[in-house]
Write a protein of this length. Structure first.
Length: 247
């Protein structure tokens, strides 16, 4: 267990500052967290259903997802996670995991012991509030995904997902000029939105034909942000970002 290297913990600070301001003292306290950094392979579980974790994970590099496997082997993805996210923050207060978390790409993950986070949030109530706000934003994203799965067409749902991920990545400095790395597969998108691989493939072709996006080599470029957001009625309010620079 070592003190958090500044470049590693900076991604968390930037994420928290995208939803709430932090003082210099609070930033230094976060930088003082003890962490253990591990490289992980794609499709590797970080924490599993029914586990009782004693630490939370901070995504430093790569993508991960929360998911649940049904008895028939079908997978439902609940959320995608990118650098700066702590996707199992709820384990601080919920002893047993009710879903699994796995990598989707090669990833670098920092593990932060629960006791360190408990001490940090006890000393700095505003940091505790920032983490609480982060979990509330998570809940807002879940609600938006429910709307998408229940009421949006496949084209609208995929366009909405692309807009959401752009703003999340932009907030931590990993996207700009409407271009970002999108290293997930069509199967991942299908499992997240309740679609088939064939349907996802057809929608991606339609979005390219309309001149809205190009997806090549794991990089997504949005050619017309205004039209893409109009297509899916994208309103970034639910992300509750301090800065929504893409609009």
């Amino acid at each position: 267990m070592t003190s958090a290297p500044k470049p590693s913990i900076d991604i968390l600070i930037r994420k928290l500052e995208s939803i709430a301001p932090l003082s210099d003292e609070e930033r230094r306290a976060i930088e003082g967290l003890s962490i253990m950094i591990r490289p992980l392979k794609p499709d590797q579980d970080i924490v599993r259903d029914y586990d009782r974790p004693s630490q939370c994970c901070l995504m430093l590099e790569g993508w991960a997802c929360r998911y649940k496997l049904l008895s028939q082997g079908k997978r439902q993805i609940f959320s995608f996670h990118v650098p700066g996210d702590i996707p199992d923050l709820q384990s601080l207060h919920l002893n047993v995991m009710d879903h699994s978390l796995c990598t989707l790409t090669p990833a670098t993950v920092a593990f932060i012991p629960h006791h360190g986070l408990h001490e940090l949030t006890a000393r700095f109530p505003r940091i505790a509030a920032a983490f609480w706000r982060d979990t509330l934003v998570d809940a807002a994203i879940f609600r938006e995904w429910m709307v998408g799965m229940g009421r949006r067409s496949a084209e609208e749902a995929i366009a909405h997902l692309f807009c959401e991920m752009y703003l999340k990545l932009q907030a931590v400095g990993l996207a700009q000029n409407h271009i970002y790395r999108l290293p997930i597969t069509q199967s991942d998108v299908a499992d997240a939105l309740g679609l088939t691989n064939v349907h996802v493939n057809r929608v991606l072709k339609e979005l390219r034909t309309k001149g809205l996006i190009t997806l090549m080599g794991g990089t997504l470029q949005v050619h017309d942000w205004t039209e893409l957001t109009k297509l899916c009625d994208f309103d970034p309010t639910y992300l509750h970002l301090e800065q929504q620079r893409a609009a």
